[in-house]
Design a protein. Structure first.
Length: 241
């Protein structure tokens, strides 16, 4: 796939952050769980379901890199904070643990209350408790990014990121052509501009050198592609893993 110019992405992120006061009524994981608990299908549930389907062939690009307002907020707030790189194993263990809790909670609610029957896309409008909870969660993820660097919540805690990673793994397992990164290690000059640009704090230079670009935490944002002066990283759309 031809190298993309993705400067547009930063404008999309800014737009997502500026419209966050509206978007919290449309998309929030808290809203999704609240809807399941009350037998209501919310816009959040439908958006997450669409993200999961898209993850089969677009990985986490459509969701995490381009449309999640909470990811956008974290990236913008943490853009100048030096990213404290997580030991990938440790970060993954924490995220998987939280995801299991999240899944158990949702399963428990569905098991006890049955499948949601009503659709109410903007269910949070008149629920003050819910708005307070969402506001606290936004403040918390903002502080995490300011303290630990861009997308700290995505890197350590986001359960949805895990489900979207699972979606992208399923897509690759059943050999659906999907968006991936490919490297040309011979082009690499080890300048490490890709490391500095990665909003997920990944060691992209090493990934390029080892030809292991399919990291679980990569959101396929394309920042490393944009920054690489040697054309050592590109997108590809392939069924190969
Ligand atoms: S490795 Fe590249 S595409 Fe993946 S998250 Fe980092 S900058 Fe984005
Ligand atoms: S930006 Fe490109 S040339 Fe520089 S280290 Fe990364 S892959 Fe290599």
């Amino acid at each position: 796939m031809k190298k993309h110019k993705i400067r547009l992405r930063i404008y999309i992120l800014v737009a997502l952050v500026l419209t966050l006061p509206i978007l919290i009524n449309v998309y929030s994981p808290i809203l999704m769980v609240w809807g399941i608990r009350n037998g209501i299908i919310t816009a959040s549930f439908l958006i997450f379901a669409a993200w999961f389907m898209l993850s089969l062939f677009m990985g986490r690009s459509v969701s995490c890199a381009y449309t999640c307002p909470y990811g956008a907020l974290q990236e913008i707030l943490g853009i100048h904070v030096s990213k404290k790189k997580p030991k990938s194993e440790k970060a993954n263990k924490i995220r998987y643990f939280i995801s299991v809790i999240f899944l158990l909670l949702v399963s428990f609610l569905i098991f006890n209350l049955g499948v949601a029957k009503n659709i109410d896309l903007f269910a949070s409008n008149d629920d003050l408790q819910l708005i307070i909870l969402i506001t606290i969660s936004i403040i918390t993820i903002s502080l995490l990014s300011i303290l630990f660097g861009s997308r700290a919540f995505c890197r350590y805690l986001c359960p949805q990121g895990v489900f979207l990673t699972i979606g992208s793994k399923i897509g690759r397992k059943i050999k659906i052509p999907s968006l991936q990164l490919k490297s040309t290690p011979n082009n690499c000059s080890n300048c490490k501009l890709c490391d500095k640009s990665c909003p997920m704090g990944l060691d992209v230079n090493q990934m390029v050198t080892n030809s292991t670009l399919n990291d679980l935490n990569c959101i396929l944002c394309g920042e490393c592609i944009e920054k690489c002066p040697k054309d050592a990283i590109n997108y590809s759309f392939t069924a190969k893993d």
